[in-house]
Design a protein around this ligand. Structure first.
Ligand code: DP6
Length: 323
């Protein structure tokens, strides 16, 4: 019987964003999404079988708070109810991110946890099934299971599909961390608020569906300019929907706006790069790998920037050790 498993997964940044859920309990996204998984955003998770008691969760050397403990216990219950695993577990997860910005950590965390749990299962779990299970834990985690450039449709019970493997992608990203504003509203709650209270929510869902179709075509021919334009426009459309939510989900700070304007300026000067932003003030810049250092160098000189980190693409979630 397996007692201890070490799993690894990388977080991803969406080029076409998931923002909004369909009704029901399966965490099905309302918008289809496409992402790039990043080598610099790595999570390692150790899972050990416990003789009894409750599940235990430790993230970055700290016990989880009540809300996260419930969310993670509920997730393990999905596995237990489906008779994929039995018993209780001790889970210790560490984000080996060079920054503390908390960027996309639920994607890598839930992906590492899911693949780790699959090692304890007596049943064989396919990669598609695993991606579906990870999605129930966190929508974006479904994409980190496959890595590279991955798509997650908004069909019934979707799983992520690998579009381009990580070692065939000539692009990378520069993560630009800025000072946080106040306490942010997390993605899970934020997207529910937008669905209920943003007058632009339906328009956003329609826009994301069109962007998704265009992005699939652009990726098929690896057209960097098209991919970049769709990426930046899609993020701005999502933020327009967020900002219009009542009360407003305004994640940006003045530094966020300054970086957006700088990226546009660099483009006009011939340094082709494109910006995207998740549910926070940080900006992630998509660039060709040959331009990553130049983009990072320029980003470091901008006002209000806390840290700058380059990243190459990464592969899918993996089991590192099993004993
Ligand atoms: C803005 O995957 O964190 O980063 O399914 O509720 O766990 P849950 O949400 P989550 O949402 C990600 C939102 C986003 C865009 C994206 O990654 O596609």
């Amino acid at each position: 019987m397996i007692k201890r498993v070490v799993a690894r997964a990388y977080a991803n940044i969406a080029l076409v964003k998931y923002w909004g859920k369909q009704p029901g309990f399966q965490n099905v996204p309302a918008t289809p999404s496409i992402s790039l998984t990043l080598k610099a955003l790595r999570t390692e998770t150790i899972i050990e079988r416990k003789p009894g008691g409750d599940d235990i969760f430790i993230i970055n050397d700290k016990s989880t708070d009540r809300i996260s403990t419930k969310r993670l216990t509920d997730y393990l219950n999905v596995w237990r109810t489906n008779k994929l695993i039995d018993g209780k577990y001790s889970i210790k997860s560490t984000n080996r991110f060079p920054t503390k910005s908390g960027l996309a950590s639920s994607a890598s965390g839930l992906a590492a946890l899911s693949i780790g749990l699959s090692a304890f299962s007596r049943r064989k779990i396919s990669s598609a099934k695993l991606s579906k299970l990870a999605r129930i834990g966190s929508g974006s985690a479904a994409r980190s299971i496959v890595g590279g450039l991955a798509s997650l449709p908004n069909t019934a019970n979707p799983s992520a599909r690998l579009l381009i493997p990580f070692d065939e992608i000539p692009w990378g990203m520069v993560v630009v961390e800025v000072d946080k504003a106040e306490k942010e509203i997390g993605s899970r709650r934020g997207m529910e608020l937008s669905r209920k209270f943003s007058p632009y929510y339906d328009a956003w869902v329609g826009c994301a569906e069109r962007d998704y179709r265009r992005m699939l075509k652009a990726i098929q021919v690896m057209d960097f300019t098209r991919v970049g334009e769709i990426t930046e426009n899609n993020a701005l459309a999502m933020h327009a929907c967020m900002i219009a939510t009542r009360p407003s989900l305004l994640y940006w700070t003045s530094a966020t706006v300054a970086i957006l304007q700088a990226v546009k300026r660099w483009r006009n000067q011939g340094l082709e790069s494109y910006a995207t932003i998740d549910a926070g003030p940080h900006v992630v810049i998509l660039a060709r790998q040959v331009d990553l250092e130049k983009v990072a160098g320029r980003a470091r000189r901008l006002k209000g920037v806390k840290s700058v980190m380059k990243s190459m693409p990464a592969g899918g979630a993996k089991i590192i050790k099993c004993s």
